[in-house]
Design a protein around this ligand. Structure first.
Ligand SMILES: [Zn+2]
Length: 205
């Protein structure tokens, strides 16, 4: 790709660093911005920059937040004694879109995967165990991807949780494309309703 403007080329280079954006798409996006009003592009860049600079992670559940505690943890209408354990923030967004879950979340930041060098200490596991001990948690629901890594993570955590806590996993027999975020809302809502006690899940292995 030949550019007569280094400024344009720099912008294309930056956009093409984004996931799923090749250089052709990057060029299309940049040329689109070039056609917009200056103040609109200014606003666009300010929104992106503020998002990166000002966003926080909830001190309780590690979800994205605008304050120290996220809006889900701060909401007294939600069941604060039920925790749904997920891998990442996209999973929270997917589950929230179903409008079927009224508890709280705990974002692990991934799953245990020794081959990728991810051990328990790199994930938000200690804070989960601490949370279950400290708060009067009634149920912990695992909503992790149905992979060996997801299973390993469930197994590792459930051994460390208080015996009195109800532990369940979302129904994972039905295919939903591997990752929660790809599940359609109906499927995800159904698998949340049809969750299974951990005993039946682990003993079926
Ligand atoms: Zn939170």
């Amino acid at each position: 790709m030949q550019f007569s403007s280094a400024l344009l080329e720099n912008a294309v280079n930056e956009f093409s660093k984004l996931p799923g954006i090749g250089r052709k798409t990057a060029l299309r996006l940049v040329l689109h911005l070039l056609k917009q009003e200056e103040e609109d592009v200014q606003h666009f860049s300010e929104v992106v920059s503020r998002m990166r600079n000002e966003i926080k992670f909830c001190q309780r559940c590690h979800n994205v937040a605008d304050a120290d505690i996220c809006s889900i943890c701060a909401n007294s209408m939600r069941k604060q004694d039920v925790i749904c354990v997920v891998e990442n923030i996209r999973d929270v967004i997917a589950l929230e879109s179903t409008q079927q879950f009224s508890g709280t979340y705990h974002v692990l930041g991934g799953v245990i995967s020794p081959l990728d060098g991810v051990g328990p200490s790199q994930l938000n596991i200690d804070t989960l165990i601490h949370r279950v001990q400290k708060e009067e948690i009634r149920e912990v629901i695992f909503a992790l991807s149905p992979t060996i890594q997801g299973d390993t993570t469930i197994y590792y955590i459930q051994k460390k949780l208080n015996p009195g806590v109800r532990i369940t996993t979302i129904a994972r027999g039905i295919a939903f494309g591997g990752e929660l975020e790809y599940a359609d809302e109906m499927t995800l809502a159904r698998s949340l309703q049809n969750r299974l006690p951990i005993e039946s899940y682990v003993s079926n292995k």
